[in-house]
Design a protein around this ligand. Structure first.
Ligand SMILES: C[S@@+](CC[C@H](N)C(=O)[O-])C[C@H]1O[C@@H](n2cnc3c(N)ncnc32)[C@H](O)[C@@H]1O
Length: 299
């Protein structure tokens, strides 16, 4: 199904800022992913409220093309949600999950406890894979995490080094205008509140996206193939959307409660966003978040 409409394109042009906020690796480790709450909320919403019959792991499995015996390295594995789905397709294989944040890595270890497929967990940054020898993996994947990695060129060179001949690298990322409806209600509420200018920088994803990823990957891989799909999350109740929005750290705005803005600021922001979402649900039955997403398959 094609969700792209001229109206949505116009909204993206009007709403997505040129200047994108960049997260630091320290923030990813020490602020955003200290525990699994953000990840749990967003994964649940992507899965439960989707309209694309294929779930994320189905799309990844198509691109991973597994035989069942491969060694897979998952960069930025988070809480192991995806490894749990993919692991049965690697019953005679081996999985290594790497993440910069010890809290989510511990949750991944816990989640996979007791499965017979060997799983190892490594704390580290995806741009330093020096703990792995050359040609040690058949598959490497980096799912919605590359925009956090400080040195992407070094990361891709490292992935190339640890991949066996015939292996493949899978990088999942979005188009920058993905989920523009969320940014529209968010920025509209911020404008009403006369919020500080730095909050209008959102989504760090433009650093590497489906629009600019190929040019960053081609120096390292002979073949870079872009595969895209669309989805639309449809929320008939504002509360699950608000959990999702909170899970996105209020659109990855350059702030968070307690740091440089009082908690009341975010209470008011949420109330305003809730009212906007409620009003859409009243007239259209649901609030839609249109996803333009995909993967680069590299070998
Ligand atoms: C949005 S989550 C995605 C998790 C998982 N790949 C998924 O799709 O369910 C991003 C993950 O990347 C991790 N991360 C951030 N910077 C990283 C880095 N430099 N190296 C490795 N992991 C990193 C975070 O801790 C977090 O678990």
């Amino acid at each position: 199904m094609d969700f792209r409409t001229p109206l949505l394109d116009r909204l993206a042009t009007a709403v997505i800022p040129d200047q994108h906020f960049e997260l630091s690796a320290d923030d990813a480790r020490d602020v955003y992913f200290t525990d699994t709450r953000m990840l749990d909320a967003t994964q649940l919403a992507h899965h439960r409220y989707r309209t694309n019959p294929l779930a994320l792991h189905d799309h990844l499995l198509q691109a991973l093309d597994l035989r069942g015996t491969e060694e897979l390295l998952d960069l930025g594995c988070g809480n192991g949600f995806l490894i749990e789905q993919i692991r049965p397709h690697l019953a005679a294989g081996h999985v290594v999950g790497l993440d910069i944040a010890p809290g989510v890595l511990a949750a991944a270890r816990q989640r996979l406890t007791g499965v017979a497929t060997p799983c190892d967990w490594v704390e580290g940054s995806a741009d330093d894979l020096s703990m792995f020898t050359d040609r040690s993996f058949d598959r490497v994947m980096a799912v919605y995490m590359a925009h956090y990695v400080p040195d992407l060129q070094r990361c891709f060179a490292e992935v190339r080094r640890v991949l066996r001949p015939g292996g493949r690298f899978l990088l999942a990322t979005d188009h920058p205008e993905s989920m523009v409806e969320m940014y529209a209600v968010h920025f509209s509420a911020l404008r009403e509140m006369n919020a500080p200018r730095h909050l209008f920088r959102a989504t760090p994803k433009a650093r590497i996206s489906l629009d600019n990823g190929a040019e960053q990957l081609t120096p390292h891989f002979a073949h870079v193939e872009r595969r895209t799909w669309q989805d639309q999350l449809q929320f008939a109740d504002p509360e699950p959307f608000l959990a999702f929005y909170r899970g996105h750290n209020y659109c990855c705005a350059a702030s968070r409660p307690g740091r440089d803005l009082p908690a009341e600021f975010f209470t008011e922001l949420e109330d305003r966003v809730r009212r906007k979402v409620q009003s859409v649900i009243r007239t259209s039955d649901y609030f839609a978040l249109t996803k333009f997403t995909g993967t680069f398959v590299c070998w």
